[in-house]
Design a protein around this ligand. Sequence first.
Ligand code: UDP
Length: 238
Amino acid sequence: NQPEVAFKRVMLKISGEALMGDLGYGLHPPTVERIAREVQSVHNLGVEICMVIGGGNIFRGLQGSAQGMERTTADYMGMLATVMNALAMQSALEGLGVFTRVVSAIPMDQVCEPYIRRRAVRHLEKKRVCIFAAGTGNPYFTTDTAATLRASEMRCEAIFKGTKVDGVYDKDPVKFSDAKRYDRVTYDEVLQKHLGVMDASAIALARDNNLPIIVFSLDEPGGFKGILAGQGTYTTVH
Ligand code: UDP
């Protein structure tokens, strides 16, 4: 008894930190595999899956520049970090028998394909998971913006943002026990109240393209599949 899903094509955005487990830095292969199984269970429903993975478990441009590095160089290092994460996820997914392509905003032909929109669409049509690496290819952006951009280009019906918490709260639920979770919240409210779902450019881009963002917990086993069927707790940014 598979859950009914209303989605044909979705974007899954996860941070790099989601792949590090309890390590505090870098990649934890069993954690990568656990998330790959979550993706596989949704793939098995016939949903076309785009993925963007951040790089914060390895390198963040802002942190590098705070320590004296030139900002754009540091950002390129951050983008390269996302390629490593994408390759790790590709390896885990293909280990489970899910055909996966990594396409990079920065061409590196020996490592993965360059991003060419029509080719990426073709991968999705052929039911390959498509991981969009190297962010937008531009410094001063984040992978949240990259996820929103690629989701728009691929005509995804929604962005699923997997996080540590099961939605958007009015304040940090880890620090405040009386934090309140929104069921639904508008893009403008997220921007005005600085709700920290995604950075402002990503939220504005999603708003301008009418792309709902569904924030849910990645720590919940079976969570991604459940959320696609409208089960469990989550917040819709619309
Ligand atoms: N980055 C960038 N342009 C992009 C996407 C990412 O310059 O379009 C760099 C930026 O330095 C960022 C790093 O890559 O800090 C890692 O991405 P992000 O911080 O979004 O990763 P996450 O927090 O999701 O793990």
